[in-house]
Design a protein around this ligand. Sequence first.
Ligand SMILES: Cc1cc2nc3c(=O)[nH]c(=O)nc-3n(C[C@H](O)[C@H](O)[C@H](O)COP(=O)(O)O)c2cc1C
Length: 397
Amino acid sequence: MAESKAQGTTLFSPYKMGKFNLSHRVVLAPMTRCRAINGIPNPALAEYYTQRSTHGGFLITEGTLISPTAAGFPHCPGIYTDEHVEAWKKIVDAVHAKGSVIFCQLWHVGRASHQVYQPGGTGSPISSTNKSISGRWRILMPDGTHGRYPAPRALATSEIPAVVEDYRHAALNAIRAGFDGVEIHGAHGYLIDQFLKNGINDRTDEYGGSIANRCKFLLEVIQAVVAAIGADRVGIRISPAIDHLDAMDSDPLGLGLAVIERLNKLQLTLGLKLTYLHVTQPRYTAYGQTEAGRHGSEDEEARLMRTWRRTFQGTFICSGGFTKKLGMEALAQGDADLVSYGRLFIANPDLVLRFMVNAPLNRYVRATFYTHDPVVGYTDYPSLSKGSGSHGLLSRL
Ligand SMILES: Cc1cc2nc3c(=O)[nH]c(=O)nc-3n(C[C@H](O)[C@H](O)[C@H](O)COP(=O)(O)O)c2cc1C
């Protein structure tokens, strides 16, 4: 969007995202919360997502497993069996009843896993490489302790089509469950990012080496998913400049541009737009205190994000370290169409309303991000009380 058009745009301006009419621009970022006991979505998830639903709002689910080898955290939901589909239906219906649009984030962690999360509790996690994640990072084990990431097993070239098929199958299941669309998780050092980044991908086949080769797996996944459910129900998430789980690239700007140019080309070929591109910016690392180190100055980060934003021909969602003020600025400057909020949304189920009325925000409790209690740290963050003068606005949401 040109800057002149963006002027006057706020977090509360409506937005037409493809076929979806959104009433505001505060998006729930995808967040793993480990409450789907044994992988099956349950009423606690329905409560969590409906608490964060608003009329015309947009929610993206936590990373949702596309296959039995995809897990790297305890109690993440799946979307690869009929039981998953039936369980998700109830959650999606509840969210729709509150007027929100909801996409399912399709996730395979690749090498960010452990034997305990693999089928039968054995077998190496799969990846683009045989190299393990360095000791700088630790995996959350089912018993709550933290362990070393084991060595993965590089997928043989001939095995890759089956993994692409898992994404396609999961996307079809998501639509069967009633989701409005899917987000393909190509970010944060997980399987797709393990192919994209040259700090990880050391393959010598057609999926490694040049940028074009490293983009091939992502492109094949996108093409398969788009062919199955339609481009207008598919969003893509990438994080070229984020080094989470050692996902370093020697040229983050060039890698991001290479992906975006391919998305633009695909859209031209199809004559259809993807629903959106969602990019996590490195500020997340600086603001979040959850990650070690950052790549560059804030000016440099802003330059990267602007370049990608201006190159992508479609809806652009940014994420990472946004406050209300920073989100407002990003929209007014035309740096994004929508802003996704993670940690603030964990702690503030009524974040949109709180932003509207400038209410103080609850603080998030990091210690319960990944615990399994269906209520504590999950659905027990308070909403504004009825006496807060927010009645009129509540009816709008
Ligand atoms: C507890 C937690 C879990 C997360 N899980 C996911 C996930 O499953 N998929 C994903 O793409 N990003 C995940 N993220 C990243 C968020 O989507 C978001 O980009 C990040 O928190 C930065 O936004 P924030 O500064 O508003 O929190 C997670 C973040 C947190 C804090």
